[in-house]
Design a protein around this ligand. Sequence first.
Ligand SMILES: [Zn+2]
Length: 401
Amino acid sequence: MRAALLALLLGALTSGAEPPAPPAPTTITVATARGSMAVPVAMERGHPALPAPLLQRLLPVAERRLDGWAFVDFADQPFQFLLGAPVLLYAGRLLPLVGGAYVARDTLFVPLQWLTEYIPAMFAEGYRYDPRAARFEEVRLGSVVTASYEAASELGRRSGFRMAHLVVLDAGHGGVDNGNPGRYLPRGVQEKHVNLAIAKLLRTELEAHGIDVLMTRSTDTLIDLRQRAPMCRNECDLFVSIHVNSMPRRRGYERINGVETYFLGDALTEEARRVAEMENEALRYETGAAAEMDADLAFIFKDLHTNEFLRESALLADLVQSQAAGVHPGEDRGVSQNRFVVLATATRPAILLETGFATNRRDGAYLASTEGQRELAKAAAAGIVEYLRQYESKVLVGTER
Ligand SMILES: [Zn+2]
């Protein structure tokens, strides 16, 4: 009764004025034909904002940053945010915002207002926002919403993750491309077989942690090098390529042993260049002119410094390497950067694990053994799980209520 009276009074007092803005939700639901998820709303800068990496999981969002600007595409429409300033540039027009986009903990946060007001206004056919339900959805949703995303995150929650995760695993080589000849692998066993065996065991380990896995190949077949990493996009978190190393015949070559992890970058040592040449060799099995390829690659590598996934790749490489080196019988050869074609087309954090040397007797026996393969798979999984936990706390910290 009192409350009703108060409401009436307040109504009288404020009539004619703008209704007060509803308080920002603590999370919004993003619902698409590919699934739905809760996205936490950050208030750390005084206005509601959303972590862009989470939006990318289900929405056609791409982002890159340059010179204080964030370039955010939505369904291939380019939006430009001046970081820290409450403005948005679209189609040559400056649009006002309550608060601007910003970067925190290496993550881009975009204004809630952009997603819930501007996007539905510009893509009325495709998207709408219901402020009362705090629900942003694809209009042509129909009855095709799958429960898979919720199911995945439910499994994830039970194993300690708060978001759904997807990892693409790439067993190197395959089909006519056997990989390295593997002097100390048993007769009939080639690098491609070892890679696939470890990748499959790694899949089992990750799935046990509630992480979804997509394999670039699950049989003995050849996939083009440049088609592997692009399988990790949108909702995919990271890309891991598995290989076996080998040394060319020269004095003492059989002594070289151990595990190492690479991410994309300039090859700084002669040894790194040798490994890149070996792994890029698969290109000769593929269609398309080699010269055109080289031009392509030169372009990609020139763009390296603007690739914001490199820092994340380095972190992932570090975590996987230290776990793998902890179980491997050979040396800890550390983390290096290298010009691997398979990593050059990645748009997510991506690493290549060289699990050991088939030209070393002990490494070869270890890699060919089920125990060795299982041990390495467990170790790599532990590194990946740790990376995803750190990623979650980076993206979600400060957004928790
Ligand atoms: Zn290989």
